[in-house]
Write a new protein. Structure first.
Length: 251
């Protein structure tokens, strides 16, 4: 865990790490669920250890998304969503469905996949976001489909993967992937200033003017939730980057 001897206080018991982190940050993206769903008791424990207002974004199991035909993922999706996520209660944030780097945009298959995603869980609306990693998704046809199904699209600040800034859902989800070990906050102060401005624009229902997009910006809508995670790159800098961004947004 890159956060030990870096973010967590010295001597902090491992069983108290989530308790501590959830009081410094407002959300965490859980990568472990990508490799396998947790037991309901684990989700319940996460909820118990975190304060009101804190949320977990979960990466959906790769068995649902790393397949040739996404439309065949129904059982895996149901097992994941209805296999204990309700235990998180109001701590449940967006679910990130990350596609493989080789999965190309195929409209009918993706539409079938979207139709498999449950829209609510025990009366609570579920929020889904798609992370694409293949350039063929950067097209107007994909935007039309995602918007029609109200599925958000991950914005990746990455030179390797498509960075689709066009808003397709009713919330925004950014995964920033260029943290540098040599910078205490992962991203330089000026870069964090820029990301704070972009987050404010998204939250206000606008689209940042300095990000390239596929289509013209949509008309400003109402306020929306914005999730920004610092991942990849120098992972040990992620908490400092997140706290520095939160400080800017609190001004």
């Amino acid at each position: 865990m890159p956060w030990r001897n870096n973010f967590y206080p010295a001597g902090l018991a491992q069983r108290r790490e989530l308790e501590y982190a959830s009081r410094q940050l407002t959300a965490i993206e859980v990568n472990g669920t990508y490799y396998g769903a947790q037991k309901p008791a684990s989700y319940a424990a996460w909820r118990a250890q975190t304060p009101d207002g804190f949320v977990f974004s979960l990466k959906a199991p790769r068995y649902a998304t790393e397949r040739t035909q996404l439309g065949g993922a129904g059982k895996t999706i149901r097992d994941f969503v209805f296999g204990g996520l309700a235990e998180l209660g109001d701590r449940l944030g967006p679910i990130n469905w990350q596609l493989s780097e080789t999965k190309r945009f195929e409209r009918d298959d993706l539409a079938a996949f979207f139709d498999l995603l449950p829209r609510e869980l025990e009366g609570v609306r579920l929020r889904h976001v798609l992370e694409v990693r293949e350039p063929s998704f950067a097209c107007a046809e994909y935007l039309e489909l995602a918007r029609a199904r109200r599925i958000a699209t991950v914005f990746t600040d990455s030179p390797k993967y498509p960075s689709i800034a066009d808003v397709t859902g009713d919330f925004v989800y950014a995964r920033l992937m260029q943290s540098e070990a040599g910078i205490a906050t992962g991203y330089a102060p000026t870069a964090l200033d820029t990301w704070a401005q972009r987050a404010r624009a998204w939250a206000a229902g606008r689209e940042p003017a300095d990000l390239a997009r596929i289509a013209s910006p949509a008309k400003a809508s109402g306020e929306r939730d914005v999730f920004v995670y610092f991942i990849n790159g120098a992972k040990e800098r992620a908490p400092a980057a997140a706290m520095a961004l939160l400080d800017r947004l609190a001004d």
